[in-house]
Write a protein that binds this ligand. Structure first.
Ligand code: HAM
Length: 413
């Protein structure tokens, strides 16, 4: 679980602002969800035989004896809220959320126990239009952030019926090779053989490689849906790779699944992933509602933004106010508030901690501010102030306090 220190904040703020703007640009509305839900919700939604539910949830009993879990992901809570508030009944909804998720995984670069996701969920559209829309949205997000080098992988998981047939085929394939299965996979063989496919054990890789693929078991509607997705992406000029081994680690997916993959973060290569979950609303007690969504891993995208020197919003102070003398100091708070009234977007840092003017200027330089304001007792007596450019080669100037805001605005323009 990480602290995000001020130095990293410009990247976080950039991502937050760009994401909020792009989501709104596609008609998605923000929903704010609790970080804790009943454990049963995740068991039913994510699936009992998944790494997340079996090994990774932070689960505890609350004082009333209910089993609660910190959310390992956001889709279950979004569906729960949609049903509870009647948002999904005979309606289409496009929702997004952001916040911390919790998984007890082995921490390494790009994988944390508290991490953050931006999530997007659309309800009520059978697609594949909305599948295409969400891939295009995520592509635009990365393009706008200046993050490059990502590869889009897509696959289809078919319907539950098609998957049941496939499951039997997988079961037969792995049963015939039961000796080669690791302990996890042996346990999963009877309960959920599909999960064997996302085993992270390298010793299992060759066996998994040889397993049958789901595409051989798709019916005509699922095939047409997938073809529609591919055609739509082709028309948009979005390049993709079909990866028949992309099965995702959560049980609720149907048909379309996709992931944006990077080579720059080592083993944690998925920066954004999702898919359709046409059965989940009904499974959690709502009416039959097709749905499609994805989530983006904030820490992973931030790491890419920093590694790729993406343009970040500037949150550094623009103006640094230094002062000397009792008469000046007494007026500083009023002066600063007046400036903030006059220039509501100004980022003004008032020096704190006293010290000589020389040491105050050192701080001003370090802050990244473009202008220093110098307010001494002489200036206070004359209702004037010195403006000293720190980053441009302009001369220092002295202005009357009544003209200060106007002059700062002109110099920063
Ligand atoms: P997920 O693939 O489990 O999907 O997670 C989505 C993204 O969260 C991943 O692609 C990755 O970038 C990030 N992520 C996952 N685990 C960690 C971790 N331990 N540390 C850092 N980042 C991580 C879901 O959660 C689904 N709810 C997505 C979805 C929404 N599907 C449909 N709607």
């Amino acid at each position: 679980m990480n602290d995000v220190l001020p130095d990293d904040n410009a990247a976080w703020t950039t991502l937050e602002r760009v994401a909020a703007r792009i989501f709104a640009g596609y008609g998605y509305e923000q929903i704010r969800l609790p970080i804790m839900e009943r454990t049963a919700l995740f068991k039913r939604a994510v699936g009992e035989v998944t790494d997340i539910v079996e090994k990774e949830m932070y689960t505890f009993e609350d004082r009333g004896g209910d089993s609660m879990s910190l959310r390992p992901e956001g889709t279950a809570g979004a569906v729960r809220a949609g049903i509870e508030h009647g948002l999904l009944h005979n309606a289409t909804q496009r929702l997004w959320y952001v916040g911390p998720m919790f998984r007890y995984e082995r921490p390494q670069k790009g994988r944390y126990r508290q991490f953050h996701q931006f999530g997007v969920e659309a309800f009520g559209q059978v697609g594949p239009d909305v599948d295409i829309e969400q891939v295009a949205l995520s592509a635009r997000l990365f393009r706008t952030l200046g993050v490059t080098g990502l590869q889009l992988q897509i696959n289809t998981l078919g319907t539950p019926e098609e998957r049941a047939e496939y499951r039997d085929a997988l079961h037969a394939y792995f049963s015939a090779r039961a000796d080669a299965l690791d302990a996890d996979s042996q346990r999963r063989l009877d309960r959920n053989p599909l999960r064997i496919l996302d085993s992270k054990n390298p010793d299992m890789a060759a066996l998994i490689e040889g397993a049958p693929t789901l595409r051989e078991y798709l019916g005509p509607e699922s095939s047409a849906h997938f073809q529609g997705l591919c055609d739509g992406l082709d028309r948009l000029g979005i390049a993709y790779t079909i990866n028949p081994r992309l099965v995702r680690g959560l049980d609720y997916y149907t048909r379309t699944v996709f992931e944006w993959i990077t080579r720059d973060l080592g083993a944690q290569d998925a920066v954004c992933s999702g898919g359709r979950f046409d059965g989940l609303v009904e499974q959690l007690g709502g009416s039959t509602t097709p749905a499609m969504g994805f989530a983006l891993g904030v820490e992973r995208v931030i790491a890419l933004m920093q590694a790729q020197d993406a343009a970040l919003v500037d949150l550094a102070p623009q103006v640094y106010l230094v002062y000397k003398g009792d008469a000046a100091q007494a007026r500083v708070p009023v002066l600063a508030e007046q400036l903030r009234d006059a220039l509501p977007h100004l980022r003004l840092r008032v020096h704190a901690g006293g010290g000589s003017l020389k040491s105050q200027f050192k701080r001003a330089d370090k802050s990244g501010a473009r202008l220093a304001l110098v307010f001494g007792d002489d200036e206070a007596a004359a209702d004037e102030i010195q403006i000293k450019p720190l980053t441009d080669r302009r001369p220092q100037e002295q202005v009357g306090l009544e003209r200060l805001a106007e002059r700062i605005a002109a110099l920063l323009d």
